[in-house]
Design a protein around this ligand. Structure first.
Ligand SMILES: [Zn+2]
Length: 698
C-alpha cells in the first residue's frame, strides 16, 4: 500500500506536470459556454446562477458543518450539504437544523470506499440503501464520491438531481468533463430489456463521452416563480420522481468552479484567483456557477494543519460575488434548480450540423486509445458516432470508460472461414446505422469490418495501425493509413501520398492520462511483500497468432508458481480461455496464488502496481514499457518495428524459447519511478490534426 502522504505527493507531481498540457481546457474550457438551444434564462432574469454545495467526506467535516452554515448564513447565502450515510454518524439534529434554516441535505455516496460503481450489481444493491437514506432524510439530491459515475445506472436512485459531473476537470479520476456550464437532463433509458442490449445506446444519442441528452419530462403544473419561494417546494418533484426508480430521469448539475481540494491542497494556491477568473467567465456567459467545497479541508479560526486551507478563502469568494455582482445572480439550492429546470429545459440535440466521424471499437485496447481522441475531436467541433464489437471485453471496457457506443456484431472464433464470413456479416449489421447517420469519414485501429463497409458505401476510411504484419483483406483497403513515424512506408498497404505519421507510439496517446490507484492491491488481496506478476496469455484466436506462444505461456506459469512469494494475476482474453485457466489452476486460485479478476480491471493501474509483466499481446507490452514496468513478451508471431525498437531501447525483452523463460526473466521487486512523459500531448495532437486535415478535404 502507498501511504496517503505519498499518494498526495504523487498526485501533486502528476497534476503539476499536467497543468501545462491542459491549460486550453482548465480552469476554462471555452466550448462549455454554449447555451443550450431554447434556454430562456435564469429565474428573475438574473445574469447567472450560483449554487453552493458541500460534500462532507469525514466525521471531522461533519463536525465543522455548523460553522460553515453560520458563515454562509451571515453573508446571506444558502447551500446543500451532502453526507455519507454509512461512513460516520450523521446527526439528525444537524440535518433538521439545516433544513429549517433554508439549507438542504443530500446523499454523498454510501460509504465513500471508491467501489460504488465497481459493477452494476454492486451499484444496484447499494442504490437500495441510498434510496432508504434519501427517503429518511427527505432528500432528493445525490453527489457521487470522487465524481465516479455512470449516469445511466444512477436512474436506480430516487433523485431529482445530482451533482456528480463537472464541465472540465482533467485532474479527476474520471477526467471527462461534460463540457457545459448549464444543467442538463439525464433521460431515463433504463428498462430491463434495453439494459445490456444493442438497442440501449439508441436512447443515448451520440453526445460524446457521457451518456446524456437534453430533454424535458412531460409538462406539469409547476410555475416559474422564484425558486426560493418556499410555498410550493418540491411538489412537482415529489409527484414525478419519488415513486419507484425515477421514471423520467434527473437533472445533472456539473460543478463549474474547481474543487477546493484541487486548488488549495494539490496545487497549493494561496489566493482565490482561479475561482474569480472562472466565476467572471461564467457570469459573462450567463451560466451556472456551481462550487463544491468540503468542510473537511476548511480550517476555521486559523486552526490550520497540512491538508486544510483557511475558511477565509471561502469567505473572500462569497464577498467577492456579493460586491461585484450585487443583484445580478440568483443563489439557488440544487433541488430548486431541478424544479425550475423541469419546465424550462429544452429538448435539444447538441450535435446538429457537426461533421460526424464514425469510430469502430473492434478490440478492447482500442477503448482507452480512442477515448482521448474522441474527447479532442468533440472539442474541435466534430460529433462522433461510436460502434463497438462484442468481443474480448470491448463493450465492458467501453462501459467502464462511459463511452456511449452502439454494440453491433460479435467475435466469431478462430475458424478462418467462419471468421471471414463473420467480418462480412458484421459489415452488413453495421450498414443500417451507417446509412442513417452518414458519417463523413470512418476511423478505426484495424477494424476490417469497418473498412469493408466504408469501401462499399464510398465513405473514406482511415486505418490507424502500428503492426506491419497485420493482414488486410484483398480489394478492401482503407483510403488513408496512419501509424507511428518509426514505421517504414513499406509497413503500410497504400499509396505513399495517403500515409500519415505521428510521433511516439500509440500508447503515448493515453498512458499519460493514467492516475495510480493503490486500492487495486487490496481489492485483489495481494499480500504485503509478495511479488505481483501480471500475465496475459496469447491471443489464440487472432489471425496473427502463432502456436509457439502457448508452450511459452505454460512455462512462464510453471516458473512463477514454483515460488512461494509470487502472486500471479492472469488476464485471459476470452471466456473460453478464462474457463481453461480456471480449470487448470483451480487449487492455486483458491489459495490466491493465481488470481483471475472477476471484472474488467484497469490494466494500466494493475501494471503500475505490479513488479513484472509478461504478456502475449502487443498492446499490453507497450503499455508496460510506456509505464516503465519491466516487461517480457511471449508473443511469437512476426515481431513488428515498434516492438523491435522498444527491445533495442531495452524497454521490452522478447522471450523466444523455454530456455529464455528460465534465464531471462528477472523476478524481483521493482523500483518505482515517478511517471514522467516527455511530451504527453504530441502524439494525440498529431493524430487529431491529421484527422481534421482529412475531413477538411471531404
Ligand atoms: Zn467525497
Amino acid at each position: 500500500m502507498i501511504p496517503r502522504s505519498v499518494q498526495i505527493a504523487l498526485r501533486r507531481r502528476i497534476i503539476q506536470h499536467k497543468l501545462k498540457s491542459v491549460s486550453h481546457i482548465w480552469p476554462i474550457d471555452p466550448s462549455a459556454a454554449k447555451k443550450p438551444a431554447g434556454f430562456h434564462g435564469w429565474p428573475n432574469n438574473k445574469k447567472f446562477a450560483l449554487i453552493l454545495t458541500h460534500d462532507v467526506d469525514t466525521k471531522q467535516g461533519h463536525d465543522k458543518c455548523r460553522q460553515l452554515m453560520d458563515l454562509e448564513e451571515s453573508l446571506g447565502f444558502r447551500s446543500s450539504f451532502n453526507f455519507v450515510p454509512e461512513k460516520y454518524p450523521v446527526s439528525e439534529n444537524l440535518r433538521k437544523d439545516m433544513t429549517q434554516r433554508g439549507f438542504e441535505v443530500g446523499v454523498h455516496g454510501l460509504n465513500h470506499d471508491g467501489k460504488l460503481f465497481n459493477s452494476k450489481k454492486v451499484f444496484k444493491q447499494r442504490a437500495q440503501k441510498i434510496n432508504h437514506y434519501l427517503k429518511n432524510w427527505n432528500a432528493t439530491g445525490f453527489s457521487s464520491p470522487s465524481m465516479h459515475r455512470n449516469l445511466n445506472w444512477m436512474h436506480h436512485l430516487n433523485i431529482t438531481h445530482s451533482t456528480s459531473t463537472f464541465d472540465t476537470d482533467p485532474f479527476e479520476p474520471m477526467p471527462d468533463g461534460v463540457k457545459t456550464i448549464f444543467p442538463f437532463f439525464v433521460t431515463n433509458g433504463l428498462s430491463p430489456r434495453m439494459d445490456r442490449a444493442e438497442g440501449a445506446s439508441s436512447t443515448l444519442g451520440t453526445l460524446g463521452t457521457s451518456n446524456f441528452r437534453h430533454s424535458v419530462p412531460p409538462a406539469a403544473g409547476a410555475s416559474s416563480t422564484s425558486p426560493l419561494d418556499t410555498g410550493q417546494e418540491g411538489t412537482y418533484n415529489l409527484r414525478h420522481f419519488r415513486h419507484s426508480e425515477s421514471p423520467q430521469g434527473f437533472l445533472e448539475l456539473p460543478y463549474t468552479l474547481p474543487q477546493d481540494h484541487t486548488i488549495f491542497i494539490l496545487l497549493k494556491e494561496q489566493t482565490i484567483n482561479i475561482w474569480k477568473q472562472k466565476l467572471n467567465w461564467i457570469a459573462e456567459n450567463g451560466g451556472m456557477a456551481l462550487l463544491n467545497t468540503h468542510p473537511d479541508y476548511m480550517a476555521f479560526n486559523g486552526k490550520e494543519s497540512s491538508g486544510t486551507y483557511p475558511s477565509d478563502y471561502y469567505i473572500e469568494f462569497l464577498e467577492y460575488i456579493k460586491s461585484k455582482y450585487c443583484d445580478n445572480y440568483e443563489n439557488i439550492l440544487a433541488s430548486h434548480i431541478a424544479k425550475f429546470s423541469d419546465i424550462n429545459w429544452p429538448k435539444e440535440s447538441k450535435n446538429k450540423n457537426r461533421k460526424k466521424i464514425w469510430i469502430d471499437l473492434d478490440n478492447s485496447p482500442h477503448v482507452p486509445f480512442f477515448k482521448p481522441i474522441i474527447r479532442e475531436l468533440e472539442n474541435s467541433g466534430y460529433s462522433v458516432l461510436l460502434t463497438a464489437r462484442d468481443c474480448q471485453q470491448t463493450c465492458e471496457m467501453a462501459d467502464t470508460h462511459q463511452l456511449p457506443y452502439r454494440r453491433i456484431g460479435r467475435h466469431h472464433g478462430k475458424n478462418k472461414v467462419i471468421k471471414l464470413f463473420g467480418l462480412f456479416f458484421r459489415a452488413f449489421q453495421l450498414a443500417p446505422i451507417i446509412l442513417k447517420e452518414k458519417p463523413i469519414i470512418a476511423l478505426s485501429h484495424g477494424s476490417r469490418a469497418q473498412i469493408i463497409l466504408s469501401k462499399l458505401l464510398g465513405i473514406p476510411s482511415v486505418l490507424i495501425q502500428d503492426y506491419e504484419h497485420a493482414r488486410l483483406l484483398p480489394f478492401f483497403k482503407p483510403k488513408w493509413e496512419m501509424g507511428p513515424d518509426i514505421l517504414p512506408d513499406s509497413a503500410f498497404h497504400i499509396n505513399k501520398k495517403c500515409i500519415l505519421k505521428y510521433p511516439g507510439i500509440k500508447e503515448d496517446v493515453y498512458v499519460p492520462d493514467f492516475k495510480p490507484d493503490p486500492s487495486i492491491l487490496t481489492d485483489l488481496k495481494i499480500r504485503n511483500g509478495n511479488l505481483l506478476v501480471i500475465v496475459r496469455p496469447p491471443a489464440v484466436e487472432a489471425h496473427y497468432h502463432c502456436q509457439e506462444s502457448e508452450p511459452l505461456f505454460e512455462a512462464v506459469m510453471e516458473r512463477l508458481l514454483s515460488r512461494n512469494d509470487i502472486q500471479v494475476v492472469v488476464l485471459p482474453r476470452y471466456e473460453k480461455q478464462k474457463n481453461e485457466i480456471k480449470h487448470t489452476y483451480e487449487e492455486l486460485i483458491l489459495q490466491r496464488k493465481v488470481i483471475l479478476p472477476e471484472h474488467v480491471v484497469d490494466g494500466l493501474n494493475l501494471m503500475w502496481h505490479s513488479d513484472v509483466v509478461i504478456s502475449g499481446g502487443g498492446t499490453m507490452n507497450r503499455e508496460a514499457a510506456a509505464l516503465g514496468v519491466p516487461v517480457y513478451s511471449i508473443f511469437r508471431g512476426p515481431i513488428g518495428t515498434v516492438d523491435k525498437t522498444l527491445q533495442e531501447q531495452g524497454r521490452l525483452v522478447l522471450l523466444e524459447s523455454i530456455d529464455d523463460v528460465h534465464h531471462k526473466i528477472h523476478l524481483k521487486k521493482r523500483e518505482w519511478n515517478l511517471l514522467s512523459f516527455e511530451n504527453p500531448s504530441a502524439t494525440l495532437a498529431s493524430i487529431v490534426r491529421h484527422i481534421s486535415t482529412i475531413t477538411n478535404h471531404q
